[in-house]
Ligand binder design. Structure first.
Ligand SMILES: [Zn+2]
Length: 285
C-alpha cells in the first residue's frame, strides 16, 4: 500500500495511467528505493529509464507484446550497490483485425522491396536499442494529432488474410495536412520515407524513450534537428501502406513498443469533424 501511494504521488504530476499498466504492451513502474546517485536499471539486457522523486528512484519499463505474463526480474546498479527487484506482468487480450489492400505489393514483398525493408528495419532497430543520456523526458507528452482513433494498439493484423506483426501504435484519422506535433522535446533521429510506414519520423527523447510518427504527407523537420514539445514536425498524410489519411503514432521504451494511450489519452477532436468528414477511414500502417 505504501508503494502504491508513493506511485500515485509520483505520477499525479506526470502520468496517471501508468501505475496501472503492468501488462503486455504496457509499462511497469518499479520502486527501486533510495540511492545516493541515480542507479542504472537493467531489464533483461536493456537499460531502462529511471525517474527520481525526492531521492527515491523508480524504473519505468516498457513491456513488449510478446512478453510472457508472470514475475520479472530487474537489477538496479550504482557505484556501491547492486540490488534485485521483481515485478508482475499481467495478461491483456488484444483484438484481431483483418485489412484488405487493393494489391499484394505491400503484403508479399519482392526481393528488392524486402531488401529495402530489412535495411530500414536495421536502422530503426539500432536507434531503438540505444540509450541516449544527453536527453531526458518527464514522460508528460502532448497529443500529436487530435482525431478519431481508427485502430488501437496491439491488434493482431491480417493483410489480405496474411498474418502480420501486431499493431505497434495507434492510428489517429485526421484530415490530410493536419499538423503533427512532437509529443515531447527531442532529437529527430530518423526522417525518411519508409516502405511500409511512408514518410516517417522517429524522435529520440533520451534514455530509451522514442516516439514514432508515420504516413506523413510532408516533413517539417530534418534529421539532427532538436524539436520542442508541441512543435510541428510534419503533416498528416497517407504515404506507405495506408488506406486513408491518418497518423500512426508509436511509443517505445527500452526498445519495446507500448500502448501510446498510456501516455496520451485525449485524442478526441475539439472541432465538429464527424466520421463522414473523413474521405476514407484512415488506418494501418
Ligand atoms: Zn498504425
Amino acid at each position: 500500500m505504501k508503494n502504491y501511494l508513493k506511485l500515485l504521488f509520483l505520477l499525479s504530476s506526470t502520468l496517471f495511467a501508468i501505475e496501472n499498466s503492468s501488462y503486455i504492451g504496457g509499462v511497469a513502474v518499479v520502486d527501486v528505493g533510495v540511492f545516493d546517485e541515480k542507479p542504472k536499471v537493467f531489464y533483461k539486457t536493456k537499460e531502462a529509464k529511471v525517474i527520481e522523486k525526492e531521492g527515491n528512484y523508480f524504473a519505468v519499463i516498457g513491456i513488449g507484446l510478446s512478453e510472457k505474463v508472470g514475475k520479472k526480474h530487474i537489477v538496479a546498479v550504482s557505484h556501491d550497490k547492486k540490488l534485485d527487484f521483481y515485478f508482475q506482468v499481467k495478461s491483456k487480450s488484444y483484438k484481431k483485425e483483418y485489412i484488405k489492400l487493393k494489391t499484394n505489393k505491400r503484403v508479399t514483398l519482392s526481393k528488392k522491396n524486402l531488401a529495402r525493408f530489412h535495411k530500414e528495419k536495421a536502422k530503426t532497430k539500432e536507434l531503438l536499442g540505444s540509450f541516449n543520456k544527453t536527453l531526458s523526458s518527464d514522460l508528460n507528452f502532448v497529443t500529436p494529432v487530435h482525431g478519431r482513433i481508427s485502430s488501437v494498439f496491439g491488434k493482431r493484423r491480417y493483410f489480405n488474410k496474411k498474418p502480420k506483426a501486431p499493431h505497434s501504435g495507434i492510428d489517429i484519422a485526421a484530415k490530410r495536412g493536419t499538423p503533427i506535433l512532437a509529443a515531447e522535446s527531442g532529437i529527430v533521429a530518423i526522417q525518411e520515407e519508409f516502405f511500409f510506414n511512408g514518410n516517417t519520423i522517429y524522435l529520440d527523447h533520451g534514455e530509451g524513450i522514442v516516439t514514432i510518427y508515420c504516413h506523413m504527407s510532408k516533413f517539417e523537420v530534418y534529421e539532427g534537428d532538436f524539436v520542442n514539445k508541441g512543435d510541428v514536425i510534419g503533416y498528416v498524410g497517407t504515404t506507405g501502406r495506408s488506406t486513408g489519411p491518418h497518423l500512426h503514432f508509436g511509443v517505445v521504451l527500452n526498445s519495446k513498443a507500448v500502448d501510446p494511450k498510456i501516455f496520451v489519452n485525449d485524442y478526441a477532436t475539439t472541432s465538429k469533424l464527424s466520421r463522414s468528414s473523413f474521405s476514407q477511414i484512415g488506418s494501418e500502417k
